[in-house]
Design a protein around this ligand. Structure first.
Ligand code: GDP
Length: 545
């Protein structure tokens, strides 16, 4: 059904031209990522969303559910061995009259700086919580990045089909822990594990979900009059009514401005596994989540959506095709209409970049992209010169702000395993540093032969080791360091911290930042108390510290 709607919209938009068409197409886009902790149900939810929508795997073409999951790519031995997908998937689907771009945020063992960078390319995030667990560490880290970037967050409380915590308690945790005011959009009737249905908070309508067997399936829903459910489930209904009255009293009503400015979050309940509340989440994305807006350039001037084509590189993937040692750059279109074959300018170098091989990437599946609009993601091959944070534009020049480096939590000293390959080793480290694969830190004490690698997730070390060996013929050894917390300090701080145990000060090569590494947060606190006025600033995504 949604396919037919899209066709109509596409036809309509073809009749308008130029700027108006860009505005119409951009207005239909919803580009978001799911932020969650492993096991909260992100894959299940992704699958369920795709089931309710229609997956688009070619420009404009809607194809049932052909693009569903099974997306582990096998671009490196390492990836095959561990059965993880390093290649970020971008799922595009049509729902109602919108085009939804869902960007994957790799988690588990594949959590890395790229996971955070994905958030530079979205307009909204869905914070997925396990009803029994509430806020978990990885969710908090990703939320921190959303907050720093001003990304509006919707919350989906998942697994309501099985015993968990109370709804009010979960909302309270969200408010107390991250200071985000919850605004329930739906409210569960029946405790977790005994879900009878969901009430639409704004209207009071009750929707019953029929039980379905396991595996992502569409739940069938039925509007049930209040008197009927009140008679059937007097206790659960009364409890829900009490809770709704309480919510009204404390002013939990929906406020669009608070959502868009990141001070409040619409909350929906459901069970991705049974399809409960999934269509409602899609509706919320369409109705509440913002469409792409004019993005600020490096000077803070908004680049209008109707300006000529521009895009932001948010991730560069190396070695997706072993035979060709290619680089694929994932670009978020920020303004204008992208058309395959157009020549863009790489803002960092002023060089032209041909886009003949523009692709949509969903795991291993790649299809040619003929055109794209603000909010869409395009994969560009042969992108050896592009780096995360780079800008591309067609006619009117623009430079978007760089994507910041994130707080590393894993550290290792890297050394060439073979003295004869030192030159290759050095070149390789420089190259991987410039590509943003890993952060490279150094100090006089450690010298150039044994720099410190700093990562958000351990996967980054594996990528570095594998690429140094295969691309640069420089096998290396790694020695893990037991630091876990990073703060930015300055030259005076570096002086003060000299000789302190469980602390080390290093300089990040890429930007010259002076970073203090601590064994743990208690050591950090002790040092902070010891030295009055010592500069120790948190880096982005530092909530775990
Ligand atoms: P991810 O690690 O966040 O991608 O989580 P998965 O989607 O792989 O889900 C983790 C586990 O939770 C799997 O066993 C799922 O079947 C299960 N799961 C996901 N959603 C639900 C749900 O709504 N209800 C229940 N009972 N289990 C769920």
């Amino acid at each position: 059904m949604s396919g037919a709607v899209v066709e109509k919209s596409a036809g309509e938009s073809a009749r308008v031209s130029g700027d108006a068409r860009i505005a119409v197409e951009a207005g239909r886009r919803r580009t978001f990522a799911v932020i969650s902790h492993p096991d909260a149900g992100k894959s299940t939810l992704t699958e369920a969303l795709a089931l309710y929508a229609e997956v688009i795997d070619e420009a404009g073409a809607v194809h049932g559910k052909s693009g569903r999951r099974g997306v582990t790519s096998d671009w490196m031995e390492m990836e095959r061995k561990r059965g993880i997908s390093v290649t970020s998937a971008v799922l595009q689907f049509a729902y109602r009259d919108c085009v939804i771009n869902l960007l994957d945020t790799p988690g588990h063992g594949d959590f890395s700086e790229d996971t955070y960078r994905v958030l530079a390319a979205v307009d909204a995030a869905v914070m997925l919580l396990d009803a029994a667990k509430g806020l978990e560490p990885q969710t908090l880290k990703l939320f921190d990045v959303c907050r720093t970037r001003g990304i509006p967050v919707l919350t989906f409380v998942n697994k309501w089909d099985r015993p968990g915590r109370e709804a009010l308690e979960l909302l309270d945790e969200v408010e107390q822990t991250i200071g985000l005011r919850p605004m329930p959009v739906t409210w569960p009737v029946g405790v977790a594990g005994e879900l009878r249905g969901l009430v639409e908070v704004a209207t009071g309508e009750f929707r019953r979900y029929s039980r379905t067997a396991g595996g992502a399936t569409r739940a069938t829903t039925e509007l049930v009059p209040a008197e009927v459910i009140a008679a059937e489930e007097p206790q659960y209904w009364a409890a829900a009514q009490d809770e709704l009255a309480l919510l009204e009293e404390i002013g939990a009503g929906f406020d669009e401005k608070d959502f868009l400015t990141g001070t409040a979050t619409p909350v929906l309940f459901g069970a991705a596994l049974n399809g409960v509340g999934v269509a409602r989440l899609l509706d919320a994305l369409v109705e509440l989540a913002p469409a792409p807006e004019a993005r600020d350039d490096a000077e803070g001037n908004p680049r209008p959506l109707e300006a000529s084509t521009s895009g932001l590189v948010f991730k560069v993937q190396a070695g997706m095709d072993r035979a060709h040692r290619d680089r694929m750059a994932f670009v978020r279109i920020c303004s204008g209409r992208f058309e395959r074959g157009m020549v863009l300018t790489h803002a960092a170098t002023g060089r032209p970049f041909a886009t003949k091989y523009a692709q949509a990437v969903f795991g291993q599946q790649r299809t040619t992209v003929e055109e794209a609009f603000p909010g869409d993601i395009v994969g560009l091959v042969n992108a050896g010169a592009l780096r995360p944070g780079d800008t591309l534009y067609s006619t009117e020049p623009v430079q978007f702000p760089a994507i910041p480096s994130f707080a590393p939590e894993h550290f290792a000293v890297v050394r060439g395993a073979d003295a004869g390959t030192y030159k290759q080793f050095r070149r390789g480290i420089e190259q991987l540093d410039s590509e943003g694969v890993i952060q490279v830190l150094s100090s006089d004490l450690r010298g150039d032969q044994a720099p410190v690698l700093a990562a958000v997730g351990p996967l980054q070390f594996e990528v570095v080791t594998a690429r140094l060996e295969s691309e640069f013929r420089a096998p290396v050894t790694l020695e893990t360091l037991s630091y876990s917390v990073t703060r930015r300090t300055d030259a005076a701080g570096a002086e003060l911290l000299k000789g302190q145990s469980e602390v080390e000060v290093l300089t990040r090569r890429a930007d010259g930042a002076v970073l203090a590494l601590f064994s743990n947060k208690w050591r950090l606190e002790t040092i902070r108390r010891k030295f009055d006025g010592l500069v120790l600033d948190a880096l982005p995504a530092g909530s775990s510290e």
